[in-house]
Design a protein around this ligand. Structure first.
Ligand SMILES: NC(=O)c1ccc[n+]([C@@H]2O[C@H](COP(=O)([O-])OP(=O)(O)OC[C@H]3O[C@@H](n4cnc5c(N)ncnc54)[C@H](O)[C@@H]3O)[C@@H](O)[C@H]2O)c1
Length: 285
């Protein structure tokens, strides 16, 4: 396929391009340089986007101002890049009959809905987003633009990915249980969305595989260590060996069941993969 990939110099864009480059012809668009970026420019530049969308089979749109830019970039810049930029791409897809659009959204759109009450929040696609800052608001507005664009015959997939920033090791391991994801799994989700022939609008939570169930949510908020130890009996010793504490409370769980069932998403880099199979998990060589 011929693909326009926005944000091709960014962390997600680079991971997506690394996975897709061998099999697809990628035009990488970004403001800054990167190994997969072939065009330097702005997603909010209508003329440029119009030109770039000619004769593409798909657009993968990862470019955005995001969480680290909150408080640094203006609200107008957030709207211009995240909302107008997305609309620009959708309009160009309609004009040039580009049939597929994959939008990198964020679990951050859930915003206030992530605050736990008496139990951890089970976060799936049925939970209503309640944006709490300009990032959430503009990602949500861009999702809605994607939803509207399917009326023009576009096949739109929104991927609400969870956190994939570099973290201290303990946090990274813990986040893989409930609110984080490896960039290689994020890239896999983009590839699956690209290849999906399901018409219309689709939205999926994309995160690492969680061991937890909705029935764990009360105990997760009050005694998360007990729940983690129950699923991974080797984890107290593995944490102690590193001088780490198991968590007391887990406030949310990102559930990927919908992406697993519909997209065929099979994340490979979960909690266990961050520990040694022999020393920590008692496996054999
Ligand atoms: N990294 C995460 O943990 C995370 C979590 C959830 C969602 N996301 C989403 O993933 C996407 C990519 O995030 P990332 O971590 O790769 O961020 P990043 O900052 O590493 O990459 C974003 C890229 O977009 C480019 N860009 C920004 N404005 C642009 C514009 N106007 N025109 C063209 N290019 C522009 C930047 O130069 C950058 O290279 C974003 O849409 C973000 O909302 C990321």
């Amino acid at each position: 396929m011929k693909i326009l990939l926005t944000g091709s110099s960014g962390r997600v864009g680079t991971a997506v391009a690394t996975l897709l480059a061998a099999d697809h012809e990628i035009t990488g668009l970004d403001l800054g340089p990167g190994p997969f970026t072939t065009v330097h420019g702005d997603v909010a530049d209508t003329a440029l986007i119009n030109t770039l969308c000619q004769q593409q089979d798909a657009v993968i749109h990862t470019a955005a101002l995001h969480a680290p830019h909150v408080g640094h970039a203006s609200d107008d810049d957030f709207r211009r890049i995240n909302v107008h930029g997305t609309q620009n791409l959708l309009d160009a897809c309609r004009r040039h009959a580009v049939p597929r659009f994959v939008f990198t959204s964020s679990t951050s759109v859930y915003g206030h809905a992530l605050a736990p009450g008496k139990q951890a929040v089970w976060v799936d696609e049925t939970l209503t987003p309640q944006p709490r800052d300009i990032y959430d608001e503009t990602k949500r507005a861009a999702e809605n633009a994607c939803r509207s664009a399917v009326a023009d015959g576009l096949r739109c997939t929104v991927l609400r990915m969870s956190r994939s920033f570099p973290e201290p090791e303990r946090l990274m391991a813990l986040y893989r249980l409930y609110r984080g994801v490896d960039l290689r799994d994020v890239a896999q989700a983009h590839a699956l969305a690209l290849g999906s022939n399901t018409p219309g609008f689709r939205c999926y939570v994309i995160s690492a595989p969680t061991p937890f169930q909705p029935s764990d949510c009360v105990q997760l908020l009050h005694d998360a260590a007990a729940v983690v130890s129950r699923y991974f009996p080797w984890s107290p010793a593995a944490f102690a060996r590193r001088g780490w504490l198991l968590p007391q409370a887990i406030d949310r769980v990102y559930a990927i069941d919908h992406a697993v069932a519909e997209l065929g998403y099979r994340p490979r880099f979960g909690f266990e993969t961050l520990f040694d199979a022999v020393a920590d998990r008692g496996g054999s060589r």
